[in-house]
Design a binder for this molecule. Sequence first.
Ligand SMILES: [Zn+2]
Ligand SMILES: [Zn+2]
Length: 362
Amino acid sequence: MIEIPKTMRAAVTVAWNEVRVMEVPVPALRPGEVLCRVRACGICGTDLKIMAGVFADSKKWPRELPFIQGHEWSGEVVALGPGVTQEDIKIGDRVVGESHMFCGTCRMCQEGNYHMCDRAGGEKAYEKGFYLYGHDAPGAFAEYVARPLSLLYRVPESLSWEEAAIGNQAAVALHLADRGDIKAGYKVVVLGPGHLGLLSLQIAKAMGATTVIVTGRDDQRLALARELGADYTVDIREDAPERRILELTGGGADVVLECAGTPEAVCTALEVARKGGKVVLGGLTGGKQVAIDPDKLVLKELDVRGSHARVNSQTRALEMIAKGLINARKLVSFTFPLEEINKAYNTFKDRNNRAIRVIVQP
Ligand SMILES: [Zn+2]
Ligand SMILES: [Zn+2]
């Protein structure tokens, strides 16, 4: 049995935009929970917003300070809570964790859409135990996390902790691609060469897309997109990028995956999809409105869909990394020990570093 200490190091958001590494109690296990030793946790754009207090009023992320953030983590099982046995999961198992608790009994959950659980989110969700870890319940910028067994997924042996942490968003990208019903031989356009876009590109290729075009405004990121398999990249700073995409696809893409989360990208997506094509919106504009030409949807009979979080895709995403269909290593730009979390945040924030993912190792 591994000796579990009483206290641990954790990066605590003590005030808006102020994070301090300090000694805090190791979380106690409630029935059905598992204690994991966190080995890697990625910083994502949402973390910067949570840290700045952007969601404090609207979503209660977090509900109060001090708070421990971090939701794209991987780690190792070190203790089992009441009601969990070695039949369920073994000490030493390597896992990643889903972030939100779901009920398992509402219509969404029963139909397999547990990522949209009716009881999760909203007013009283937290009080009822439907936590969103790293957002309103303790996250993984810490040595240990306590998580319900139902939220844990086993990680293939060959993956490093960092690759496994990337696997969290790989599952989000896979859900996005699933929503696009990508078929072998398709031409796919990925808007936005960030973490989600670079994962989506690789997944589209693995699904058999013969032409994948990635758009963006950053030379280095577009070069990385080509390195990761993009057939073409289109710089949106150049003249008429949409016309260029229409040329490259011979009249429009079968599927457009919107990974930029900007109003402009939504308009571009509708423009470059072929007649009868699919547009999947995967980025959030943060409530910004978009003026679209509805005639385009009507006349082209476009299918426009949304996609958020991940559902039924985590195990497959990890498997794809293990088999080399997704190169996760190239997306890890920097790693820092937990004690240097502020350096990690600053490295991620500074656009000159062009960091795709910065990973913290508690
Ligand atoms: Zn995230
Ligand atoms: Zn539910």
